[in-house]
Design a protein around this ligand. Structure first.
Ligand SMILES: *Cc1c(COP(=O)(O)O)cnc(C)c1O
Length: 768
């Protein structure tokens, strides 16, 4: 057993079941999708590598909404996750800090002063982040908004005491609820306040800790910040905390009295920026009018930064006025806005993308001008996932099986999974791996029956796409494939067919019309397919309600096929792809994000790659994409698009999916039909390989396959699965974090392992 614990025994003695208790614990759904989950994996790795790191964020009272599917449509319910309290957190009122908003800027002999502000307090709540087996515990510090006692004093003076107390909510609304958009910028005032609230509280906290350390207090009157960038590294997770840059400048210049140049040098050396997307609709561009009213001093500082930055641009590229305009932090067309990504690049010493292909696109495309100005800033840090959660915890049987073969070091040195390569063709190991997968599938099937009342065939291929619903992720392309399979069965029910259970899950942003339509379409197709007696056990379609981390932990171990089918150049990295790979699912995917590096690690023969490359997508854009070319020349496309169009899946409302078809044929930014043919052909190859495995373990029908070929190929799928697991070492977030530490933060990771506290030492008498 890899997990050794006495807790289950104690629970058993008390007549309790620890698994039941685990089910009762709420997810801390404080993020939207991959980006927040990445931060959580990073916290685990930073603690495991012994790095003295804090995670900072907002303690939202309501996390990401709970998704309910009613009549095939998504509805949202508030996620009241703190309802029964949170046993892992500790409020730290002694470290509460003020955050200012509004007011105006005054010129004084001592410099600029931000005055007449409204104050909201930031109350920190700490949660422990234990490293794996090294006795290190780091801190996740989340800020909660607290109204000051004197909030709305004028009402008190007017005698409206009740109204004044009620209005305290206005200030405390800052940390009320997570904005539920993934990869989409919503320029709301409350969202801007949230972002500044987190930056202001966090920077004060960092500076307080620096000052109280031996590095900050050499001079008791005036702190020297000379060593600040050596001792502090601030990694900006996307542009959401970009206001940290002008805020650090404000503190150093206005509060600590440093000269601008010195403050700027410290700020740039301290900050580093990770870009997570190139989609234009996701890039934060705050109107200057909003900044002017809420953060007037920060807007001034941004203008000053921009002035000096554009001088540098002109120095390097004299008289290139187009370039100067493109590189400005301020966009002048239409409503005047601040481009927060530009601010982050200028204010950081390192800028990185999250997979090699994505980092290359940053340099050659969206940030090309900035790369030409400061090439030394640009880096790549391919994302990773923590093997503790995404294998050891969620798939204990596979973890045990691996440990039997290669020991337990892989838990903190995931590259050691390579040793499994030698067993990829070993019949006994293949049988054991297949058995674990089959048991995990059976468990998921039971859960689907218990929770959703759906019956699935556990011998069928579990074909899964789980991720936020977004047009660029192309769940609609997956749906078209399902319709193609359905039409094939109907056309020739007696034909050979590899049984599949297709599962799709993910939340749509509540205001994202097209994403919600796609959910409805999937549910409508499921309704037709699942209730057709001709189809029977061959094909089932399930929309997995309320996809979240606890559900992911049950899905990954049970998956046969992982769908990672975004348009090349749109998915920055993906991390779901890595979770599937680590748990022995095969991937059907495009050459996008980290899929590229996954294919490289395992070899093309162990993954199903299809579709356009980034270059081919660019060429298609250049020549002009016309979906009708594909629709008119491909009978399968025409048939299924027509079915969606004419109400085949929505008999009670013929127009239900009119706008879906409209987008597909007229306004599709993600070229679904251009990849359709390659996708269907690739899926057919997937079916062929799975069919052989299926025959080996489940069916009696050995139709049309010569005996010798059968023996050789029946285990191809499991062999590929083992090669997937064995090649996933690179995608440990430990590797990612070690690279951040050495190449951006100037810190050295350590893998020192201390004896686990529950291993009784010789001199200690056993407890009676
Ligand atoms: C890993 C994860 C994601 C990210 O998935 P992608 O396929 O990379 O978009 C999103 N949501 C949850 C709950 C996850 O666990």
């Amino acid at each position: 057993m890899v997990i050794e614990s006495y807790i289950p025994t104690v629970f058993h003695q008390l007549g309790l079941d620890i698994e039941e208790l685990e089910e009762l614990e709420e997810d801390a759904g404080l993020g939207n999708g991959g980006l927040g989950r990445l931060a959580a994996c990073f916290l685990d790795s930073m603690a495991t590598l012994g790095l003295a790191a804090y995670g900072y964020g907002i303690r939202y009272e309501y996390g990401i909404f709970a998704q309910k599917i009613r009549n095939g449509e998504q509805t949202e319910e508030p996620d009241d996750w703190l309802r029964f309290g949170n046993p892992w957190e500790k409020a730290r009122p002694e470290y509460m800090l003020p955050v200012n908003f509004y007011g105006h800027v005054e010129n004084t002999p001592q410099g600029k002063k931000w005055v007449n502000t409204q104050v909201v307090f930031a109350m920190p709540y700490d949660s422990p982040v234990p490293g794996y087996g090294n006795n290190v515990v780091n801190t996740l510090r989340l800020w909660s908004a607290k109204s000051p006692v004197e909030f709305n004093l004028k009402f008190f003076n007017d005698g409206d005491y009740i109204q004044a107390v009620l209005d305290r909510n206005i200030a405390e609304n800052i940390s009320r609820v997570l904005y539920p958009n993934d990869n989409f910028f919503e320029g709301k005032e409350l969202r801007l306040k949230q972002e500044y609230f987190m930056c202001a509280a966090t920077l004060q906290d960092i500076i307080r800790r620096f000052k109280s350390s031996k590095f900050g207090c050499r001079d008791p009157v005036r702190t020297s910040f000379d060593t600040f960038p050596e001792k502090v590294a601030i990694q900006l997770n996307d542009t959401h905390p970009s206001l940290a840059i002008p805020e650090l400048m404000r503190i150093l210049v206005d509060v600590e009295g440093l000269p601008w140049e010195k403050a700027w040098d410290i700020t740039v050396k301290t900050c580093a920026y990770t870009n997570h997307t190139v989609l234009p609709e996701a890039l934060e561009r705050w109107p200057t009018s909003m900044l002017h009213s809420i953060l007037p001093r920060h807007l001034q500082i941004i203008y000053d930064i921009n002035h000096l930055h554009l001088q540098e641009v002109q120095k390097k590229f004299p008289d290139d006025w187009e370039r100067v305009k493109r590189m400005s932090l301020i966009e002048e067309e239409g409503e005047k806005r601040v481009n927060m990504a530009h601010l982050c690049i200028v204010g950081s010493h390192a800028v990185n993308g999250v997979a090699r292909i994505h980092s290359d696109i940053l340099k050659s495309d969206i940030f090309r001008d900035f790369y030409e100005l400061s090439p030394e800033k640009f880096q790549n840090k391919t994302n990773g996932i923590t093997p503790r959660r995404w294998l050891l915890l969620c798939n204990p049987s596979l973890a045990d099986l691996i440990a039997e073969k290669i020991g337990e070091d892989w838990i903190v040195h995931l590259e050691q999974l390579q040793q499994l390569k030698q067993f990829a063709k070993d019949a006994n190991f293949q049988r054991a791996v297949q058995k674990v997968k089959q048991e995990n599938k059976l468990k998921l099937a039971q859960l689907l029956w218990k929770e959703y009342g759906v019956k699935v065939n556990p011998a069928s291929m579990f074909d899964i796409q789980v991720k936020r619903i977004h047009e660029y992720k192309r769940q609609l392309l997956n749906c078209l494939h399902i319709i193609v399979l359905y039409n094939r069965i109907k056309r020739n029910p007696a034909a050979n067919f590899t049984p599949r259970t297709v599962m799709i899950g993910g939340k749509a942003a509540p205001g994202y019309h097209m994403a919600k339509k796609v959910i409805k379409l999937i549910c409508s197709v499921a309704n037709v397919v699942n209730n057709d007696p001709i189809v029977g056990d061959k094909l089932k379609v399930i929309f997995l309600e309320n996809y979240r981390v606890t559900l992911a932990e049950k899905i990954m171990p049970a998956a046969d096929l992982s769908q990672q089918i975004s348009t090349a150049g749109t998915e920055a990295s993906g991390t779901g792809n890595m979770k599937f790979m680590l748990n022995g699912a095969l991937t059907i995917g495009t050459l996008d994000g980290a899929n590229v590096e996954m294919a490289e690690e395992m070899g093309q023969e162990n993954i199903f790659i299809f579709g356009m490359t980034v270059d081919q997508v660019e060429t298609l854009k250049h020549h002009g994409y016309n979906a009708y070319d594909y629709y008119n020349s491909h009978p399968d496309i025409k048939q299924c698009v027509d079915q969606i169009q004419n109400g085949f899946f929505s008999p009670s409302n013929q127009d239900e999916f009119r706008d879906v078809v409209d987008v597909l044929l007229k306004y599709d930014r993600f070229f679904l039909l251009a990849d359709f043919d390659a996708y269907i052909k690739c899926q057919d190859r997937v079916s062929e390989v799975y069919q052989l495995l299926h025959m080996k373990y489940h069916t009696l029908s050995y139709i049309n396959v010569p005996y010798a070929e059968r023996l050789q190929d029946q285990s191809k799928w499991v062999e590929m699965a083992i090669n997937n697991i064995a090649s996933s070492g690179k995608f440990s977030s430990d590797r990612t974090i070690a690279e951040y530490a050495r190449e951006i933060w100037g810190a050295e990771p350590t893998w020192e392992k201390l004896p686990a506290p529950h291993e009784p030492r010789e001199e200690e008498p056993a407890v009676k």
